[in-house]
Write a protein of this length. Structure first.
Length: 632
């Protein structure tokens, strides 16, 4: 085939695929000299090793779809999907685009830091793994420990990051651990060499994780181009960049690069795929899978990402011409689910089960996948360690830490939630729940110490479920914060601080309101008049200076670092102001709420009698609601 003919053929196919004409149907046969590679990938599993229940919208034999609960995700399903999909294609790469660590108790309560994650990753035996920001949460030494565990077996997965430069004192410096982290690796499939470059999000890792002080992170685009050019100089014309940098940044970065063919992403937890993901109840996709863009020279590049928490395995098929240029790419974000369907708490009937399976198959992305027996066996001892930890005593509270969603006296909207003893002391009527306030303070204190700093924090009242008193087990801490939310940091203006508080109070006292959204804050206090009009219920807002402890008014020209859970950061409980904060001013810290609370407990003084951390009520000055006027 002449070069001009091949170029026209490639341009036509790319245009048709980009327009969706060829999606989901048979693609034209590529020229004889082309080469097709299958890339299987995941990212951001964040120590989510166990499966979870998920609610989907499926057809059960009737006219309209119904809500169906099913066991879903989990790393043992990732292992199965990777193996089965790999067996169906001749030339396959299995990639993990970072943030294996941090997010559940498996991270640091089931053995050495990252031990369970390394063991489960080795049941897949990834061909390459790039470092995410959370791989640095326990410092360079903690990361080296995790990588040593990852390389204990026979896999020896290459670990990549072209833009990290380990300091001379780092456990991962060239002197201490030569070659343990590489800029790139070259793998051969079907006689073709494929270069794989790794990238780690730079600013976020340095600012909000815990790399060693002398470990630095180069601009991602600069480092990527340097490594791509080096690989091209070796005659390698098929390049995959594994970029733990976020979907929007990936699209922008590709437009500045030359020579990249595929970008396998992570960090932003982005779901890509058809709108059916939304209508089936999986989630709302942010773009197409794959997303097709062009590089600096106008050549075709395919971008993919596989959402979060071991729920999706992406399958990308990319076809290259003889010059190594991308002719086409197609693929599927496989959402991994079980087959134990229940409707309204009851197992599906045989007829319903058949209809549900057909409905899942017709979606094109729901993949009924059995957990790998091998991976399940590897996971079992770590599950037992987490269960043992859950029974462990972690603190002692000499006096009841009262639960109350909103302040108020006898007869007020949430009065009965507090115990008789708590109501008798009167403080919950004045300031609200003590356990809610402690949780908000925990986010603030831990974020200040470990995650790049915070000025204020927010916890909505309903997210804190039980009071605490006496000797406290880890399981009780999990009961306090049972929803598995991740911590975010938003940089917000003074107006947005007030808007946030007014949003929470409108969600309580506005039409159809409920007590759950009431705002509890750390480092921030205010007066509440529940009877005032919308937008006027909060007054006398003060911020506490983290160093001096002095309270002062909001500053109009300042951005405040807010530590807040993902649920509220995305607008949950009516916090519309937070949902509107642009991407440039929001950061997914990615640590689990309960893990933050455990860290807070570990910081507390020890009880002389038990040796356990002593959890007491906060000083009155730290309560967010200074004065409260209830509805008449």
């Amino acid at each position: 085939m002449q070069k001009t003919t091949r170029g026209r053929w490639r341009a036509l196919v790319w245009a048709l695929v980009g327009a969706g004409v060829l999606a989901g149907c048979a693609s034209p046969q590529p020229p004889a000299e082309s080469y097709t590679l299958t890339v299987l990938h995941t990212n951001d599993h964040h120590s989510t090793l166990q499966s979870r229940s998920k609610t989907l919208q499926l057809h059960a034999g009737g006219g309209a779809p119904v809500e169906v609960a099913v066991d879903a995700g989990g790393f043992a399903r990732v292992t199965t999907a990777m193996a089965e999909l790999a067996a169906a294609s001749p030339h396959v790469l299995k990639l993990h685009a970072g943030d294996a660590l941090t997010g559940t108790l498996f991270y640091n309560r089931a053995g050495a830091v990252g031990e369970a994650d390394a063991a489960l990753m080795n049941t897949v035996c990834f061909d390459a793994f790039t470092l995410g920001n959370h791989e640095f949460d326990s410092g360079d030494s903690g990361l080296k420990g995790f990588l040593d565990l990852l390389h204990q077996g026979t896999c020896k997965t290459p670990v990549l990051s072209a833009n990290v430069h380990f300091g001379p004192n780092s456990a991962l410096s060239a002197a201490h651990a030569p070659g343990q982290v590489q800029s790139s690796t070259v793998l051969e499939r079907g006689g073709q060499r494929i270069g794989i470059v790794g990238l780690t999000v730079a600013q976020k890792t340095k600012a909000s994780s815990s790399p060693d002080p002398d470990t630095t992170f180069e601009d991602e685009t600069v480092a990527a181009q340097r490594e791509i050019d080096r690989l091209h100089a070796q005659g390698i014309n098929k390049i995959i960049v594994m970029a733990h940098t976020g979907y929007e940044r990936d699209v922008h970065m590709v437009a500045q690069l030359r020579g990249v063919d595929v970008l396998v992403g992570g960090d932003s937890h982005t779901l890509l795929g058809p709108d059916g993901l939304r209508t089936h109840g999986v989630g709302t996709p942010a773009g197409a899978y794959p997303t097709r863009v062009t590089d600096k020279e106008g050549k075709n590049v395919c971008i993919v990402q596989a959402w979060e928490y071991a729920q999706v395995v992406g399958e990308l098929q990319v076809t290259f011409d003889a010059q190594g240029d991308v002719q086409r790419c197609v693929g599927t974000p496989h959402v991994l689910v079980g087959d134990n369907f229940t409707i309204q708490g009851q197992p599906a009937t045989p007829a319903q089960d058949a209809a549900l399976r057909a409905s899942a198959a017709a979606s094109g992305f729901l993949r009924i996948t059995a957990p790998s027996a091998q991976a399940s066996a590897v996971l079992a001892p770590y599950q037992e360690r987490v269960a043992v930890f859950s029974r462990t005593l972690v603190a002692v509270a000499p006096e009841e830490l009262c639960a109350r969603r909103v302040p108020g006296g006898p007869g007020s909207s949430d009065y009965s939630r507090s115990s008789v003893a708590c109501n008798a002391q009167g403080s919950v009527g004045l300031h609200g729940g003590e356990i809610q306030q402690i949780v908000a303070q925990a986010y603030l204190d831990v974020a200040q110490a470990r995650y790049g700093g915070a000025d204020i924090s927010l916890q909505s009242a309903g997210g804190v479920r039980i009071p605490l008193q006496g000797q406290i087990t880890a399981a009780q801490v999990i009961q306090v914060l049972p929803f598995g939310n991740m911590l975010f940091r938003l940089d917000i203006t003074a107006d947005e601080v007030k808007g946030m508080l007014e949003d929470g109070l409108e969600a309580v006292y506005g039409p159809g309101g409920s007590v759950g959204p009431y705002p509890y804050t750390g480092g921030l206090r205010f007066d509440v008049n529940a009877a005032a009009a919308k937008g006027q219920r909060v007054s006398a807002i003060e911020v506490r200076h983290p160093s001096t402890g002095v309270w002062g008014p909001l500053e109009s020209g300042k951005l405040y670092k807010l530590a807040v859970l993902a649920f509220n950061a995305r607008g949950g409980d009516g916090y519309k102001t937070l949902a509107a904060v642009p991407a440039a001013r929001r950061m997914d810290i990615g640590v689990l709420d309960t893990d933050v609370f455990f860290s807070y407990l570990e910081q507390q003084p020890k009880d002389s009698a038990t040796g356990l951390p002593l959890l007491r009520r906060l000083p009155e000055a730290l309560y967010s609601t200074k004065n409260f006027k209830d509805l008449p």
